[in-house]
Design a protein around this ligand. Structure first.
Ligand code: CP
Ligand code: NVA
Length: 307
């Protein structure tokens, strides 16, 4: 198999997602049964993780997942590597990819991860950029299916910033055949062109967040200020005031609607404590599922289809 990277959600097709989602369920079942599953043990496979931004879930899920599969990890940050001392990203890619089997990167501009991938001998996974967060949306979709069955034809309400998560939801909707209802404050809209969305069948824009949530199967949001945009914090806090997912929004969604948040969350800002800690919230399963879907993704990128 030639090298496959996972830099955006649209890097894989619907058939590949069908495979990955069932594979993630298989791998999760092994984990729950405390059964060893180590396709990366012999020969030993190594994942390099490069973090230019903070992380809890992404680091733990990739690192624990890799060890569970019998492999090992190398953890690099901007501050403790030559990345922080202006070594060109292309040179870093050439060197790192001669020593490991797989690379996960969390960084700023998408162009940075694309430049790395262009000079890498091994698959590169996007662990979050300013523009996209595909591993998170993969976990969210796996979680939805686990709880409610197929996501095809369903409505996902996105309330808040038109950010990396929102862009990735658009790509997923186009590939997997569901619809995103988006409501953002003015000036913080999603950018379908950046996501590469050509038609408008997979999304609908609403001025009012309440209207976006009406009849939704899933209501989801994210922080008002993403990493790298901290200087805008105060301006955003004022602009996003009406975009807090609360019980009134959940009440107009379908009675069986789920609530998701990629975390970390700020109770009382983008979501009320009643919603995130309430009965419709599946945020802890969602976080755990990062590990299961990423194990399936790493297996696929390194070993191809196994079943
Ligand atoms: N959701 C997510 O990516 O979390 P971290 O920033 O903690 O990795
Ligand atoms: N949109 C957020 C997601 C954090 C997991 C950010 O980019 O900071």
């Amino acid at each position: 198999m030639s090298i496959r990277h996972y830099l955006q959600f649209k890097d894989l097709g619907a058939d590949e997602y069908a495979y990955l989602l069932q594979r993630a369920a298989f791998i999760k079942a092994k984990f729950k049964a405390v059964e060893k599953y180590q396709p990366f043990a012999d020969p030993d496979r190594t994942l390099a993780m490069i973090f230019e931004k903070a992380s809890t879930r992404t680091r733990v899920s990739f690192e624990a997942g890799m060890y569970q599969m019998g492999g090992s990890v190398v953890h690099l940050t901007t501050g403790d590597s030559q990345l922080g001392r202006a070594e060109p990203i292309e040179d870093s890619a050439r060197v790192i990819s001669r020593m490991v089997d797989l690379v996960m990167i969390r960084t700023f501009e998408q162009t940075k991860i694309e430049r790395f991938a262009a000079h890498s001998r091994v698959p590169v996974i996007n662990g979050l950029t300013n523009e996209f967060h595909p591993c998170q949306i993969l976990a969210d979709i796996f979680t939805f299916i686990e709880q409610r069955g197929s996501i095809q034809g369903k409505v996902v309400a996105w309330v808040g910033d038109g950010n990396n998560m929102a862009n990735t939801w658009l790509q997923a909707a186009e590939i997997l055949g569901f619809k995103v209802h988006i409501s953002t404050p003015r000036g913080y809209e999603v950018n379908p062109a950046l996501a590469g969305i050509t038609g408008n069948d997979c999304y609908q824009v609403f001025d009012s967040p309440l209207d976006a949530c009406r009849g939704a199967d899933l209501v989801t949001t994210d922080v008002w200020t993403s990493m790298g945009f901290e200087a805008e914090n105060e301006v955003r806090r004022a602009a996003f005031k009406q975009w807090c997912v609360d019980e009134a929004m959940m009440a107009v969604a379908k009675p069986q609607a789920l609530f998701m948040h990629c975390l970390p969350a700020h109770r009382g800002e983008e979501v009320s404590a009643e919603v995130i800690d309430g009965p419709q919230s599946v945020v802890w399963d969602e976080a755990e599922n990062r590990m299961h879907v990423q194990k399936a993704l790493m297996e696929y990128l390194l070993l191809g289809k196994l079943a």
